[in-house]
Ligand binder design. Structure first.
Ligand SMILES: Cc1ncc(COP(=O)(O)O)c(C=O)c1O
Length: 400
């Protein structure tokens, strides 16, 4: 094989997959795997979601334009309209939308650049266990050393502070406030604080509403921009479209990717109107005009988010997961439809392997790959959800 050894998920899930439908992937031998990984939250609406697939096929059959940089196309305008009318206006969010090159990391890069440009400050605060992507700027605000083992030039302009509950007995919010307000702390005023409201790849750590509201207040008081990276836990994963809705806060800048494209590559940066201080084309990317992604994204928004129903269904399925995991003795964290179960690295590996043998796919996260992350499609049927949870609970028992 000519593929570099850098590839990772083919090692975790050694099969050759040929097709996928809704919550299942099918390999060359016809084995059907239940997917509790969903491309780390990319396939929230299930594989080959019929509604999204139909919209794409129709668009292709009509010779809809595929690539257009950021020229105006029907598909682009339709997505922006859907986003505004279905998501932003009902939530009274006055965000401007920037189309980024289609990876989450590119939206993170754009968000950091914009914050630095607007505030004319270089310093950024990020949190322990954070994961924001693999490009230079995104990596700088990512905490995990594993990804930084290769030589990466650093701007030296990022400080990491403890996320909530990172240090026993330490009030992370109070520590941050003290360090930012105290003249002798040695910490520079940052342009922005970037965070995930639920640290997914960091091990599924859920920030409390107190922490999120406290951060919002601190940012307001000190004129710091709050960037919420909603790439993995936005798009309905926590029950609401945006993960920060549960705390009743409005970030200044929001990154969206993964499921926002309905399974197609798309990354968006949303920011308060007053921050729209870009010069024309100042942050660009060839594939920021991927019209197939726009079509898929619009279909997902129109198909799932016009009513409360989908959000209620996610919350209800989240309760089912929580109750299935309530009986186990291991530490469980999560909210909405993202859950993590903390084990030792050896047990976590054994659980993942057992699940794979029993045709359930799930991912390990956390600093030592010691947390099993459950991330089923948001559209999963009760029956499939129940089936997957049973395999997972059996795997835990077998690994004791
Ligand atoms: C919270 C978060 N931010 C950023 C990224 C980077 O996204 P991408 O891999 O598409 O660059 C990820 C990817 O897993 C993520 O989970």
């Amino acid at each position: 094989m000519i593929e570099s050894k850098i590839a990772s998920y083919n090692k975790s899930f050694p099969a050759t997959f040929v097709s996928a439908k809704e919550s299942h992937l099918v390999d060359v031998d016809g084995n059907r795997f239940l997917d509790f990984f969903t491309g780390a939250g990319t396939v929230n609406y299930g594989h080959n979601n019929s509604l999204i697939k139909r919209a794409l096929i129709t668009y292709l059959e009509e010779d809809g334009i595929m690539h257009s940089m950021d020229m105006d196309t029907w598909a682009k305008l339709d997505l922006l309209t859907a986003l505004d009318e279905i998501i932003l206006k009902p939530r009274q969010l006055d965000y401007k939308v920037q189309l980024c090159a289609p990876s989450g990391a590119n939206a993170v890069e754009a968000g950091l650049k914009l914050a630095r440009k607007v505030k004319q400050r270089n310093h950024i605060i990020a949190f322990t266990r954070s994961f924001h992507g693999m490009t230079q700027g995104a990596l700088e605000v990512t905490a995990n050393k594993y990804y930084k083992s290769t030589f990466t030039a650093s701007s030296g302009q990022v400080s990491f502070f403890p996320y909530e509950n990172y240090l026993d007995g330490c009030d992370a919010l109070q520590l941050l406030r003290q360090m930012l307000c105290d003249e002798v702390s040695g910490i520079e005023l940052p342009a922005a604080i970037i965070l995930e409201t639920v640290q997914a790849d960091g091990g599924v750590h859920v920030a409390s509403t107190r922490f999120l509201q406290g951060l919002r207040l601190l940012c307001d008081e000190l004129d710091i921009l709050m960037i919420v990276d909603d790439i993995q836990v936005g798009n309905g994963r926590t029950g609401d479209f945006f993960s920060f809705e549960r705390a009743g806060i409005v970030p200044d800048i929001v990154t969206l990717s993964k499921a926002v494209g309905g399974g197609m590559p798309l990354a968006l940066l949303l920011f308060r109107e007053a921050l729209d201080q870009w010069k024309t084309g100042e942050h660009s990317g060839t594939f920021r005009g991927n019209n197939l992604s726009f079509v898929a994204a619009s279909a997902a928004l129109r198909g799932y988010w016009q009513e409360e129903l989908f959000s209620n269904q996610i919350k209800e399925k989240g309760q089912l997961i929580a109750s299935a995991l309530s009986a186990i003795e291991e530490t469980v964290r999560g909210c909405g439809m993202i859950f993590g179960v903390e084990l030792t690295p050896e047990r976590a590996l054994a659980v993942r392997e057992y699940c794979f043998r029993h045709q359930l796919i799930l991912e390990l996260v956390g600093a030592r790959d010691h947390v099993v992350k459950l991330l089923p499609p948001l559209t999963i049927s009760h029956e499939d959800l129940d089936h997957g949870l049973r395999i997972f609970v059996d795997a835990l028992e077998q690994s004791r």
